[in-house]
Design a protein. Sequence first.
Length: 74
Amino acid sequence: MQIKSKIVDKYEKRFGVVAFEKGYVTADQLVKALTIQVQEDIDMGYHRLIGKIFIDQGIMSGKQVSEVLKEILL
């Protein structure tokens, strides 16, 4: 069970959680970005990725987004 838990923990991590853990965003910024994402999905039928929202808002740099993605995909 312990090994399965570690595998699930690794692959269930979401972009926003990792960005928060790395100190790139605050909890409030993450909640706001998720709200924007859901609202866009409802209003337009699609949504931007959280990393794109953070870049568009000037909260994260492209380099920081790449670092988060690298951690998620490793």
